[in-house]
Design a protein around this ligand. Structure first.
Ligand code: AMP
Ligand code: MG
Length: 349
């Protein structure tokens, strides 16, 4: 598969590890692309998606496991031994009473990794067991927005590389996101998009599952009108009432758009909304790195500002959780400061 990734990188001659980053990017895009093929196939038969409930009551499906197996398999096949902090692990799938689900995961994985055996798939899932103690590692949410995935809506395959606490590469597969801004988020696009970014080198996108495509760079023009906001569908993930209070103060352009997953970062990065608000619903919730790393870099490299609700940068040096932050505000420079000030004035932070 040939992307214009080389072109993306080549103008920045001074970058240290340029060749490494270029290779990582190409492999990461390939891995996410293949995972999207699997998730799309599973989602095509919505009513039959097999799933489990995790300890925290969140769902995990056949496609979450299969996508993690595919991504780690592709990365390790191309790069050798990897460290990856993944959202899923194979524990449940190894239990005797979960063998039907396990077989389905293997079958889904075989869509793009034809000869995969049960043991290989389980081991590949567990390549995502790094505890974020290394100085550099990958992080993966194989299906971010699983609830959206299950309702036939938006979800993302999010892969990022973190080095010394900095996110330096992010690839965000958005299989149901349309390039047509008028298409409802609840109406899945037949092709979808993959956004990617390398620190210091901009944000780019290609159609998902396309061969030999030229990547296009995101170039956002400033919105001169009222603020347009997006947020989670799930009121348990972001406090909708607080969004309303903020919008009432700022004078919003209408209803906030609601969609699941890190696709929200892409929606802001491409100028379809001016801000993504993630306002804490609980004092003790710690955001996970895999829920933000890929999306954050795509938004930042498109010129957006990403912080927590008090305006602090997201701190990726604290292991698998963003312990030093609460909530997330991703917004264009024009609106970011106003949002942080409003949050402070309203006593939300
Ligand atoms: P979204 O699709 O934006 O609603 O976000 C989905 C992500 O929310 C999942 O991947 C979960 O890890 C995460 N999540 C679960 N519980 C919470 C919570 N209480 N606050 C914020 N995020 C949460
Ligand atoms: Mg997630």
């Amino acid at each position: 598969m040939v992307y214009t990734v080389n072109k993306v990188i080549s103008y920045e001659e001074k970058i240290v590890n340029r060749t490494m980053k270029n290779k990582f990017l190409e492999i990461a895009i390939k891995a996410v692309n293949k995972a999207c093929v699997v998730t799309r196939k599973v989602q095509a038969d919505l009513t039959r998606i097999q799933q489990l409930e995790k300890n925290d009551k969140s769902p995990v499906t056949v496609a979450d496991f299969a996508a993690q197996a595919v991504v780690t398999h592709v990365l390790e096949g191309a790069l050798g031994k990897i460290k990856l902090v993944g959202e899923e692990s194979s524990g449940e799938l190894r239990l005797p009473d979960q063998q039907t689900l396990c077989q389905s995961v293997v079958k889904a994985t075989q869509t793009v990794w034809a000869e995969a055996t049960i043991e290989q798939v389980l081991d590949a899932i567990d390549l995502g067991d790094h505890n974020a103690s290394g100085s550099s590692y990958w992080t993966l949410d194989p299906i971010d927005g699983t609830k959206g995935f299950l309702r036939g809506g938006q979800y993302a395959v999010s892969l990022a590389f973190i080095e010394n606490g900095e996110v330096i590469l992010g690839v965000l597969g958005c299989p149901n996101l349309s390039s047509d801004f008028d298409r409802l988020f609840s109406d899945p696009d037949p092709q979808g998009l993959i956004y990617f970014a390398v620190a210091g080198e901009g944000s780019w996108f290609i159609p998902a599952n396309a061969q030999n495509t030229e990547a296009e760079r995101l170039e956002v023009t400033q919105n001169e009108g009222l603020i347009r906001i997006c947020e989670s569908v799930e009121s348990g993930h972001s406090k909708h009432d607080d969004t309303t209070r903020i919008v009432d103060r700022l004078g919003g352009a209408g209803e906030s758009a609601r969609l699941d997953s890190q696709c929200k970062y892409a929606v802001v990065a491409r100028g379809q909304a001016d801000a993504y608000l993630r306002l804490p619903t609980r004092a003790d919730y710690v955001e996970k790195i895999w829920d933000h790393a890929g999306g954050m870099l795509v938004a930042q490299e498109a010129g957006m500002i990403v912080t927590d609700i008090v305006g602090k940068p997201l701190d990726f040096s604290q292991g698998a959780g963003l312990k030093n932050n609460r909530g997330v505000i991703c917004a264009s420079p024009k609106f970011h400061g106003q949002i942080i000030a409003t949050i402070r004035d309203l006593g939300i932070a």
